[in-house]
Ligand binder design. Structure first.
Ligand code: IPM
Ligand code: MN
Length: 371
C-alpha cells in the first residue's frame, strides 16, 4: 500500500516521539512491502513562532492532500502561564480537528500484565481492564461561543450539541461495542445539563438499532470514581468532548503511564493519529519521553487502513519491550532506556521477528484489536 502521511510533530516532546514512530513505520514498510511517504509541517507554538498562526494554511492543505496525519504534541508553558495570550498553540489542534471534521476520538485503555505494579491502583482492581473511550471531538464547550465582558470580570463558554453531532459518534461507539464485549456506557451529567439530557435521549433511541449491546448511563462524577474503583466494568465509554478529555487522562493511570495511551481521531474524511499526552516541556530534549503512545498511534493508523497484520506486529513489539522492562523512566526509573533506544528496540523487533517478538495468534480476519 502507498500512503502519504502528513507529519505534524508540533511542540515539546512531539518531534522526539514522532521520530520513533517513523522509524517503526519504516520497518513495517520494508518488511511488508509498503511505501510510506512523509511530509512535515509546523503546528502549535512552533508554528506561531514561525508564522504567527498555530495552524498555517500550508499545514492544513498538507493534511487535506495526505492520506492520514501523524500528530505529535502541542503546547508551550509560555502560553499556559499567560491567560491574556490572544493566540494559543492549542487553537491549532482544535482548528485542525474542526477543519478535518474529526468528530470521534478513539482512546483505548488497557492494563498490561507486566505493568500492573507500576500503577498506583491495586493490581486486583486493574488486571484485565480493557476499555475504549469514544470522545466527541468537534462540539460541546470546546467550540461554543466564548465571551469575556469589557471589564474582564465575567466570562462564559457555551456548551452546545446538535442531534446530528450526537448521532454520528453514537453509531460508531455502538458498532465498536458490537465487536467487543457488547456494553456501552454513556457518561454525562444529565441530572444538571440540558445537553446531557439530549445525549441520553438520542443514545437511547439509537440503542434500539443495536439490541445486542447493553446500554447503561453514568453521571460523570460517578464515572470518574468508578474508573479507579472498578474499571473492569467498562467496555465502550461514549461521552462528550470535555468529559472525554478528563476521563481519559484519569484512565491512563490504569496502564501505569499516560505515555502509553494512543488515539485515533476519525470523521468525515482524513484521520489523525496522536498520543493523548501533551508536549511535556520539562522533558524536551532529554531523551526521557515515552514514545510508545506515539508508536501505538502509528499502529492505529495502519489498522485504520486495514493493515491488521502490520498493526499487530507493532503491538507485539511494544508488548515485548514492556515485558522486558525496556522502558523510559516513567515506567522504569532504575535502569531506564532512552526514547531513541525504545524506538530502536521496537524497530529491531519488527525487522527480525522470525522467532522473537511477533506472535500472530491474535490476528483474526477483520477483527481489530485496538480500534
Ligand atoms: C487532548 C489534549 C487537547 C484537548 C488540548 C491540547 C487542546 O488535552 O487531546 O486530550 O483538550 O483536547
Ligand atoms: Mn487531554
Amino acid at each position: 500500500m502507498n500512503l502519504n502521511i502528513a507529519v505534524l510533530a508540533g511542540d515539546g516532546i512531539g518531534p522526539e516521539v514522532i521520530k520513533q514512530s517513523i522509524k517503526v513505520l519504516d520497518a513495517i514498510a520494508k518488511k511488508y512491502g509498503h511505501i510510506f511517504q512523509y511530509k512535515e509541517a509546523p503546528v502549535g507554538a512552533i508554528a506561531i513562532d514561525q508564522t504567527g498562526n498555530p495552524l498555517p494554511e500550508e499545514t492544513l492543505n498538507l493534511c487535506l492532500s495526505s492520506d492520514a496525519i501523524l500528530f505529535g504534541a502541542i503546547g508551550d508553558p509560555k502560553y499556559d502561564n499567560n491567560p491574556s495570550a490572544k493566540i494559543r498553540p492549542e487553537q491549532g489542534l482544535l482548528a485542525l480537528r474542526k477543519a478535518l471534521g474529526l468528530f470521534a476520538n478513539i482512546r483505548p485503555v488497557k492494563a498490561y500484565d507486566t505493568l500492573l505494579e507500576k500503577s498506583p491502583l491495586k493490581k486486583e482492581i486493574i488486571q484485565d481492564t480493557d476499555i475504549i473511550i469514544y470522545r466527541e471531538l468537534t462540539g460541546g464547550i470546546y467550540f461554543g461561543e466564548k465571551k469575556l465582558n469589557s471589564l474582564g470580570t465575567i466570562a462564559s463558554d457555551l456548551c452546545e450539541y446538535s442531534e446530528e453531532e450526537i448521532e454520528r459518534i453514537t453509531h460508531l461507539a455502538f458498532q465498536a461495542a458490537q465487536n467487543r464485549n457488547k456494553k456501552l456506557t454513556l457518561v454525562d451529567k444529565a441530572n444538571v445539563l440540558e445537553t446531557s439530557r439530549l445525549w441520553r435521549k438520542i443514545v437511547t433511541r439509537i440503542s434500539t438499532e443495536y439490541t445486542d449491546v447493553t446500554l447503561d448511563f453514568l453521571f460523570v462524577d460517578n464515572a470518574a470514581m468508578q474508573m479507579i474503583l472498578n474499571p473492569k466494568q467498562f467496555d465502550v465509554i461514549l461521552t462528550e468532548n470535555m468529559f472525554g478529555d478528563i476521563i481519559s487522562d484519569e484512565a491512563s493511570v490504569i496502564g501505569g503511564s499516560i505515555g502509553l495511551l494512543a488515539s485515533a481521531s476519525v470523521g468525515d474524511g482524513k484521520s489523525l493519529f496522536e498520543p493523548i499526552h501533551g508536549s511535556f516541556p520539562q522533558a524536551t530534549g532529554k531523551g526521557i519521553a515515552n514514545p510508545i503512545a506515539s508508536i501505538l498511534s502509528a499502529a492505529m493508523l495502519l489498522e485504520h487502513f486495514g493493515l491488521h497484520t502490520e498493526s499487530n506486529c507493532i503491538q507485539s513489539a511494544v508488548e515485548k519491550s514492556i515485558a522486558l522492562q525496556i522502558c523510559t523512566p516513567d515506567l522504569n526509573p532504575v535502569g531506564s532506556y532512552s526514547t531513541d533506544a525504545i524506538g530502536d528496540f521496537i524497530e529491531e523487533c519488527i525487522t527480525d521477528d522470525e522467532n522473537s517478538c511477533f506472535n500472530n495468534s491474535n490476528i483474526e480476519m477483520g477483527q481489530s484489536t485496538i480500534i
